[in-house]
Structure formats: structure tokens, C-alpha cells
Design a protein around this ligand. Structure first.
Ligand code: ADP
Ligand code: MG
Length: 467
């Protein structure tokens, strides 16, 4: 038998030296910001029997690390401390100990209970992220109907008239959160139900693989056996006729047998141009509910809740400043808090107005950096069903001129490119042509509501493609 003194690697008689060795290795693999935000605040407490016990500032902190850096941490401690090494967590809030397990099963050890959560005993993964719950989904006027329907479905999947539930809205407004919350709640209400969540992109990729390996029937039967099928960003079925056809059959089978279907999209069914009419009409059989951008009060409520979850101490005034300056998107509100957390710990600064102003400004810049003229061109051409070359041609056909002017206008609005660069992208046109395009669209927007709609639809799809 090995004595416990030998069991622990002798080099690491102290938790500090063990953890600092791990940190050196982690630092190589992550950005400085990630390192400062998520790894520096971890405090080593004890090393015993290959278990390194550390302290974390909050439950949210733990969930974030578990979700994003589980593999990195496990690999590192195995490499540094030894193959049997484990990390145990104490969360400073309530002194609960949580083990990090390589197989992703989460074991919580608190004095009162030992709870083991695994991905249930099914032959497939639901792919639901347990972070998305109704409890942490803040109510607001903009999401009232969608949330009420979602909640009703989670209590009675397939048994309400909301089948399918079709949730739509702009980017970062909580569609993914809400539809996954249904899955999580339904799974805890009905542990035996077969529930799966996936994005349309994954569905498409899997379908293509099934075709290549001659397993289309297996693929289709797999989804036809679900009790709850949750598919995110269904707008990405546009232009994929074969996938649409297969999805149509899966939809029919599930719907006929009273199984629940939940879909999300960036626009309502009727606006999904290029999608099979049979699908569009089926999407409207149940309930179509939109999510609108949050109003000021909701934004403040979201920031308050999240700052507490992140273990941050921020004044009400500062939260209001953020809520007043980041208005259209909840993902950006969240991003702002995380950036603040990073900036504050990076420079060991407190979170004051100066830091907040700087961070809000950085977010506005990031927004622009992500969007490219190419992605704008692509979205505009998809919308108008044009070949991309047409935008570069000399043609002066009315609808092509309009599409080209809109693409130029959006390039000016959403990227940091100069007028000259924009002109070059659209067939080597002069910068004055770009100015003309921008003014024309600006005027049209004021007089023509359909142009306003087109622009806002395009902005959403460009943002989705770039996020
Ligand atoms: P979408 O799918 O509409 O693009 P997400 O569901 O990914 O948006 O939401 C973006 C982020 O904002 C997620 O981290 C989500 O948890 C958070 N979020 C969105 N809506 C809410 C809400 N009402 N309350 C709390 N957090 C929210
Ligand atoms: Mg989403």
C-alpha cells in the first residue's frame, strides 16, 4: 500500500506551488483576458491525495469554468500533478465542495446531500445547456408571450395548442435561452421523455453525413423518436432543399403523434423567403411568439441579476449607465459585464465610471470589427436572390441598383471601412457613388416603410452571421 505522503507528488507539498505550476501551463493556452478573469481569482487551499482543493468566488464562476475550461483544467492538472489528480472546488458563497470530473458528470458534495447529475441514461445526449433556465430568464414586456407559452409547454409538452412553438426575434434577445429552458424544465418534470436540442446548422451537417454514409433512414428515425424536438435558428434551412424535405417528414411524424416541436428563428415564418411553403404553413399551426428588445427597466433588471451572479459589486448608477448605452441586445449587456470583470481584474482596478465608459465604447467598436463587407454582400444577395457578381457589374437595372445601394449603405453603417474601400468592393466605384448611395437609402428609409423593414431584417441577419 502506498502511504499518503508518497501519493501526493512530492514537489507539491503546498497547494500554492501546485496551482502556480498549473497556472503557468494554463497561461500558454488562453488569452490574457481569459487568464485574468477566470484563472487568477482561483485560490488554492489544500493538496491531499492527488486532490487539489481550490476556492472560487461564486456559483456562476464555477459554472462558467466548468462549461468552458473543464478539459483544459483537467488536462493541466493531470499533466502537472499526475494522471489521478482531481480538482475540488469550494465556492466561497456557501462552502459547497464540487468535484471536477473528467467525464463531465457533476458530483456535488455538501454535508446534507450527495447528488449525482449525469446526462441521464439515454442512448443520446440532449445537448441542453443547464445554464439556461426559467429561473434566470428575466421577465420583461418584450418576452411575455414567448415566456408564458414556453413555461406552459414545459409542464405539458405536446399537450398544449402551442405546437409547434415558433419563437422569433433579433440576435442576442434570448431565443436560445428560452427554448433550452423549456427542454431543461421538461426534462426535470418528465425524466423519461426523450428531449433533444440542436441548431439547424448541426442538423444540416448531420444530414449531409448521413447521406454520405447511406444512413438517412437511421438519421430520420432517430429524430422521429423524440418526445420534444428543439431546433434553433431554423432560418438557416433556407436554400437547403433536401434538408427541408427531410425536416418536413420529421415534423409531420412528430406532430401527428402529439410530440412537441419547438423552433426559433430570426424572423416570423411568413418572412422566411426561400423556405418551402409547406413548412412555412406548418410553422404557423401552433403559436408564433416574438421576443422584442428589452426596455430600459428590463435591461437594468438583467444587469442587476447578472452582476450578482458574477459576484460583482456595481453601483445602481453604473448599471443604469450601461443599460442606457447598450440598448438592443442582451448578449451585449452580458458581454459588457464580463469585459468589465476582465478589465477590472486585469488592472486590479475597481469598477468606476471611467472604466465603464471605456468598456461600453469597446463594445461598440467590437460590433463593427466583426462585420465585413463580404458578409454584408452575402446577406444582401441572399435576401434579393441575386448573384454576388451582379452587385459588382455595371448594370443599372432598378432592383440591382437598390440592392447595391443598400449593401453600400450597410457597409458604411456596420463596418469601419472607408468610402474608398467600400467603392472598390462594389465594382471599383468612386467614393462619391458610395456617398450618393448612402444618401439615397437614408431618404428612402424616411419615406418608405418597406425599406426600413428590409434594412432591419438585413442588419439582423448580418449580425447573426457575424456573431
Ligand atoms: P439569441 O438566441 O436570441 O441570439 P441568447 O438566448 O443566446 O440569444 O441570449 C444571449 C444571452 O443573453 C444569453 O447568455 C442569455 O442567457 C442572455 N439572456 C437573454 N435573454 C435573457 C433574459 N430575459 N434574462 C436573462 N438573460 C437573458
Ligand atoms: Mg441563439
Amino acid at each position: 500500500m502506498i502511504s499518503s505522503a508518497v501519493e501526493t507528488n512530492e514537489i507539491f507539498s503546498s497547494p500554492f506551488s501546485a496551482w502556480s505550476e498549473c497556472l503557468k501551463s494554463i497561461k500558454v493556452g488562453v488569452s490574457q483576458m481569459t487568464f485574468n478573469t477566470w484563472f487568477l481569482p482561483i485560490k488554492p487551499l489544500e493538496i491531499k491525495n492527488y486532490t487539489l482543493k481550490v476556492q472560487l468566488p461564486s456559483q456562476f464562476f464555477w459554472e462558467w469554468i466548468d462549461e468552458h475550461y473543464n478539459t483544459l483544467i483537467n488536462n493541466t492538472i493531470h499533466e502537472v500533478i499526475g494522471p489521478e489528480a482531481r480538482l475540488a472546488y469550494v465556492i466561497s458563497e456557501d462552502n459547497e465542495i464540487v468535484d471536477f470530473k473528467t467525464d463531465n458528470a457533476l458530483i456535488k458534495n455538501s454535508p446534507a446531500e450527495i447528488k449525482i447529475e449525469t446526462a441521464n441514461n439515454k442512448d443520446f445526449e440532449s445537448s441542453l445547456n443547464s445554464r439556461y433556465t426559467f429561473d434566470n430568464f428575466i421577465n420583461g414586456e418584450g418576452n411575455q408571450l414567448a415566456r408564458a407559452a414556453a413555461s406552459a409547454i414545459s409542464e405539458n409538452p405536446g399537450g398544449t395548442s402551442f405546437n409547434p412553438l415558433f419563437v422569433y426575434g433579433g440576435v442576442g434577445l434570448g431565443k436560445t435561452h428560452l427554448i433550452q429552458a423549456i427542454g431543461n424544465k421538461a426534462q426535470s418534470n418528465f425524466p423519461n421523455k426523450r428531449i433533444i436540442y440542436l441548431s439547424t446548422d448541426i442538423f444540416t451537417v448531420e444530414f449531409v453525413e448521413a447521406i454520405q454514409s447511406n444512413k438517412v433512414n437511421d438519421f430520420s428515425n432517430f429524430y422521429k423518436k423524440m418526445d420534444i424536438l428543439i431546433i434553433d435558428d431554423i432560418q438557416f434551412l433556407i436554400g437547403k432543399e433536401k434538408t427541408q424535405d427531410l425536416f418536413f417528414h420529421i415534423f409531420n411524424t412528430l406532430h401527428q403523434s402529439g410530440k412537441q416541436i419547438i423552433l426559433s428563428s430570426d424572423k416570423p415564418p411568413k418572412d422566411l423567403k426561400g423556405l418551402d411553403d409547406r413548412l412555412i404553413s406548418r410553422f404557423q399551426w401552433g403559436l408564433t411568439a416574438d421576443i422584442q428588445p428589452p426596455d430600459l427597466e428590463t435591461r437594468i433588471a438583467i444587469l442587476k441579476r447578472k452582476s450578482v451572479d458574477y459576484g460583482m459589486n456595481i453601483s445602481g448608477e453604473i448599471l443604469e449607465y450601461i443599460a442606457n448605452n447598450i440598448t438592443s441586445n442582451i448578449r451585449e449587456l452580458e458581454g459588457c459585464l464580463i469585459k468589465l470583470l476582465a478589465n477590472a481584474s486585469l488592472n486590479s482596478k475597481e469598477i468606476n465610471f471611467e472604466l465603464v465608459k471605456k468598456t461600453v465604447k469597446e463594445i461598440a467598436t467590437d460590433r463593427k470589427v466583426n462585420v465585413s463587407i463580404e458578409s454584408i454582400t452575402k446577406s444582401v444577395c441572399e435576401y434579393f436572390r441575386l448573384d454576388e457578381n451582379k452587385l459588382r457589374d455595371k448594370t443599372r437595372k432598378k432592383e440591382i441598383v437598390l440592392a447595391r445601394q443598400i449593401a453600400m449603405y450597410l457597409s458604411k453603417d456596420l463596418t469601419k471601412s472607408s468610402l474608398k474601400t467600400i467603392g472598390l468592393h462594389f465594382g471599383g466605384r468612386d467614393h462619391s457613388t458610395v456617398i450618393h448611395a448612402c444618401t439615397s437609402i437614408e431618404l428612402l428609409k424616411q419615406s418608405d416603410i418597406s425599406i426600413r423593414d428590409i434594412i432591419s431584417t438585413l442588419k439582423t441577419s448580418i449580425e447573426i452571421n457575424c456573431s
